[in-house]
Design a binder for this molecule. Structure first.
Ligand code: ADP
Length: 238
């Protein structure tokens, strides 16, 4: 049996309070979390329960108010702006609900934008082939369906060969059939690149494709479960 892998993420008592004027919102109230290399984790929870705040902090897009968040030996709660930018550039691939593609660039060029500044990129054509878009590389976003645009966004996220893939409602704007195709692409690239993958969704049907399911409520992790076996994305519907 191989030795257990060290955690990729270690989060302890993470708290985040947003303040605007007199108003305080306690978005995270003491989150403890670990993720191991290559794990595929689905994060469920009602709107406002702190999921995006959590993902943004472990992705180096936002800062905690207190507590600790480590990526390997990088202390994300004490890093300065330049350190967080480096962390994001070198280690993290993001996928959001809305694809954020550059409309005036082709699918290939959208991916190339990232590979040009990455340390260890794959060929943009290879990244697009991994999500099944080898025939659409020269199309502009407006010439692609929503699901295809999201697959370009996945290709863009994985083309720099990130250690972690952070996905915030990646199928939130898609119908079931298209969403399943996107999840198939996501699980395939996650397995292929061994990226630790965190997927936020409000859609409980998606939980079955995960190794582990984390349930947020009121700014904390209310429960966690491990799936004995993972369903293929093709077997999910909603
Ligand atoms: P979820 O992703 O589960 O929907 P969020 O992390 O987006 O939850 O939000 C958690 C809480 O923090 C919510 O009450 C939300 O309104 C609040 N919040 C999120 N971002 C900000 C912000 N930039 N300023 C003030 N409050 C915020």
């Amino acid at each position: 049996m191989s030795a257990p892998q060290a955690p990729v993420f270690r989060v302890r008592n993470l708290c985040k309070t947003y303040r605007s004027g007199e108003v305080e919102v306690r978005a995270l109230r003491g989150v403890d979390f670990e993720a191991r290399g290559g794990e595929f984790i689905v994060i469920l929870g009602p709107s406002g329960s702190g999921k995006s705040t959590f993902l943004n902090i472990v992705g180096g897009l936002d800062r905690a108010t207190s507590g600790e968040a480590w990526f390997r030996d990088h202390d994300l709660t004490r890093a300065n702006e330049a350190g967080l930018t480096r962390y994001r550039r070198d280690h993290v691939g993001f996928i959001f609900q809305f694809y954020n593609l550059v409309p005036s660039l082709t699918a290939f060029e959208n991916v190339k934008l990232v590979t040009e500044i990455a340390r260890n990129p794959m060929d943009p054509a290879q990244a697009l082939a991994l999500v099944g878009l080898e025939d659409r590389m020269d199309h502009f976003p407006a010439q692609l369906s929503g699901g295809e645009q999201q697959r370009v966004a996945i290709a863009r996220a994985i083309a720099k060969q990130p250690d972690v893939l952070l996905c915030d409602e990646p199928t939130g704007a898609l119908d079931s059939k298209t969403g399943v195709r996107v999840l198939e692409a996501l699980t395939a690239v996650s397995a292929r690149t061994s990226a630790t993958t965190l997927v936020i969704t409000h859609n409980a049907a998606i939980a079955d494709i995960a190794d582990r399911v984390v349930q947020f409520a009121d700014g904390t992790i209310a429960s966690e479960r491990r799936n004995d076996s993972r369903k293929p994305a093709s077997a999910v519907s909603w």
